[in-house]
Design a protein around this ligand. Structure first.
Ligand code: EPU
Length: 443
């Protein structure tokens, strides 16, 4: 680690612009909205671009804070990142000056850990901060680290940092995860494409964003394929080339707008969304009574006549794709407050992802949080305006949904959390007829 920059990066997060959303609810949302590129694909694609010295060009990149942060982290380690037009990023990773991803990056965004695989496999070493926990649970990275070790990496953990090196080149191997992990699968793939020999990843995550990454890696010349639903096989290459790619549409943003139509009894057309990527969420919507249909490139959501039914005698259970996405559990809960009867919610992927329901209760929802993984929602309850606080990204979008459905005015603090992952969310809702004001706190 001779050329690692000394730890002069101090953890001093930039002051966050404190903004408050003031939403007057009760407007029926109608019209058409463009769905942006997926955050959880874009971040991995930018990281994949460090696998080559040649230029990579990405279109349909969402204009969100997480992408901006990752671009900044790449810039800090010496990668050239250009942003020549809205939603377009170009990455040229001729050489990295500093193979060091600081605590500051990890503190701002857990997904910075996705740089472990590509930097280690291409440059043979990296020091990367442990992203630790966040507001939706402990979020460990042990499975990422184990996967790198299975490919021959030597990794030590000291003072909050993983010191990783690959003596010679990483070598292909069998990576067996004890459970499905999205970023773990992606990190393993990103490392294995430049390793020496054959790698098998099992069980591999099946999320559409993982397949988007596979498509991009194939364009770069990587030999990587999904050979069974939960198996990915890779034959490592010595070198990869630059490539162009358009980021897959964001299925979580699409789901958020579907719920927006549901809770406001509206009718919304989603442009550029992928119907086939919505998985079990669609079944839940149909069962609750929101009509979702597709035509080429568009999804039509009609809740004008919706008589929302509860899901009785059965959990809504989050699960890896194609199950109900954990990222769509909070919006679904908002919809369930407007459905008649009792609904049970079982969050299986993350702990602490039900905590935000306490804020929803302040708006009149009848919700019992039984434990970290179970909640019961009794509907239908009229929601009313209140002062609430956003604690994380998906809970934030869901409080906005609740405010759109509520009678009166809701004031939402912590709006910056939503900017991490949704492009122009207030502007998009306003185009559909919502009344939203963004106010800097203290003005
Ligand atoms: N896990 C471990 N050890 C690990 C990795 C994961 O124990 O090393 C556990 C997690 O704690 C969790 C489970 O495995 O209980 C599954 O987590 P996974 O690794 O699949 O999650 P992730 O890859 O860290 C991505 C998305 C999340 C999304 C989940 C599940 C990105 C950047 N993040 O996280 O998105 O909820 O997959 O689909 O792709 C969001 O966008 O708001 C978000 C949180």
């Amino acid at each position: 680690m001779a050329d690692a920059r000394p730890f002069h990066w101090e953890f001093s997060p930039e002051p966050i612009a404190r903004e408050v959303l003031r939403i007057e609810g009760g407007h029926r949302l109608e019209g058409s909205v463009a769905i942006s590129g997926a955050k959880n694909a874009a971040l991995k694609l930018l990281a994949a671009a460090t696998l080559t010295g040649e230029r990579c060009r990405f279109t349909n990149v969402p204009e969100i804070e997480d992408v901006r942060v990752l671009a900044e982290v790449l810039g800090d380690i010496g990668v050239a990142v250009d942003h020549p037009a809205p939603n377009v990023y170009e990455v040229a990773s001729g050489d990295a000056e500093w193979l060091f991803v600081p605590l500051e990056a990890a503190a701002k965004m857990r997904a910075s850990f996705i740089l472990l695989g590509p930097l280690l496999t291409r440059f043979g070493r990296v020091i990367i901060s442990n992203p630790g926990g966040d507001r939706i649970g402990r979020r460990p990275v042990n499975l990422h680290v184990d996967a790198m070790r299975a490919l021959g990496a030597e990794i030590e953990y000291r003072n909050g940092y993983y010191f990783a090196k690959a003596p010679g080149r990483l070598r292909g191997g069998q990576i067996t995860f004890p459970q499905i992990t999205v970023m773990g699968t992606e990190n393993a793939m990103l490392a294995a494409v430049l390793a020496d020999g054959h790698t098998v990843i099992e069980p591999a995550a099946l999320e559409p964003e993982v397949d988007d990454l596979i498509v991009f890696l194939q364009k770069m010349g990587a030999q990587v394929e999904r050979t069974a639903p939960h198996r990915i096989e890779i034959e490592g290459r010595r070198r990869l080339r630059g490539a162009d790619h358009s980021v897959v549409p964001d299925r979580i943003e699409a789901g958020t707008f579907i719920v927006a139509a549901g809770v406001t009894h509206g009718r919304i057309t989603l442009r550029g969304a992928e119907f086939d990527h919505l998985g079990a969420f669609l079944d839940v919507m149909t069962e609750i009574g929101v009509s979702v249909s597709c035509s080429p490139d568009e999804i039509e959501v009609d809740a004008t006549a919706a008589d929302l039914k509860p899901l009785r005698c059965r959990d809504i259970e989050t699960a890896p794709y194609p199950g109900l996405a954990t990222d769509l559990q909070p919006p679904t809960c908002v919809l369930l407050t407007q459905a008649e009867g009792t609904s049970h919610v079982h969050e299986t992927v993350f702990e602490d992802r039900l905590e935000w329901l306490g804020e929803l209760r302040r708006m009149g929802a009848s919700v019992e949080i039984a434990d970290q993984h179970h909640a019961v929602i009794n509907g239908a309850t009229p929601l009313h305006g209140a002062e609430v606080e956003i604690g994380d990204l998906r809970a934030g979008a869901s409080l906005i949904l609740a405010a759109l459905a509520a009678g009166g005015v809701t004031t939402i603090r912590g709006a910056h959390h939503v900017q991490r992952g949704y492009e122009k969310i207030d502007a998009k809702f306003m185009e559909l007829g919502a009344s939203i004001e963004r106010i800097s706190e203290g003005t």
